[in-house]
Design a protein around this ligand. Sequence first.
Ligand code: G3P
Length: 233
Amino acid sequence: MKLFIDSANLDEIREAASWGIIDGVTTNPSLIAKEGRDFIETIHTICGLVDGPISAEVIAPTAAGMIAEGKALASLHKNVVVKVPLNIEGLKTCKALSSEGIGVNVTLCFQPAQALLAAKAGATYISPFVGRLDDICEDGVQLIKSIVDIYRQYPDLKTQVLAASIRHPLHIVQVAAVGSHVATLPFKVLKALYSHPLTDKGNAAFLKDWETVPNKDILAQVAAFQARQGSAA
Ligand code: G3P
């Protein structure tokens, strides 16, 4: 499963990119507004930080406006994916842009029929919002499973399921288990993915026990061993 970071914070993206496990970035108008920086400068900078799909969302209310905005955003960098809302204007925009080879991420998906239409419109990604369904006591992971299962019935569909609105590490495990192609997650959830108290406890114990080893320095040990090998040859 590919992992995208869901953020417009350049420091978070820079740090996440340094780990070498991030495959792309998703932004949305709220994430952009939160940072208070120039939208276009931010997207262009992000394109330089992560060599993968970078989602930038249009805000026009009609397909004509969305198409114009989408083409302008796509012109910024080859990795820009145009994000459109899952309404009829967004679907028309998706069809128009995908027909011209522009990648489209159809967002704000909350039920499987929407995902089927997005795929028929040529979407590169469909973004079902897992957390926002959980927030109202509906099953967000089940939505991911339903869409994955539907898409699997039609191998010609190229749309990738991009699980969004991820609230915690368990969501990542759950959407991966049902076959989501991608998950996009906030930096705080990304940081929580690797941490476990037993890992920290076990590593501390290993290092404590290593203190009893006479020649603790591994590099020095390898050099001494190779010197012995050389002298023995
Ligand atoms: O990419 C969509 C994501 O940012 C929405 O997350 O937490 O606002 O539901 P959230």
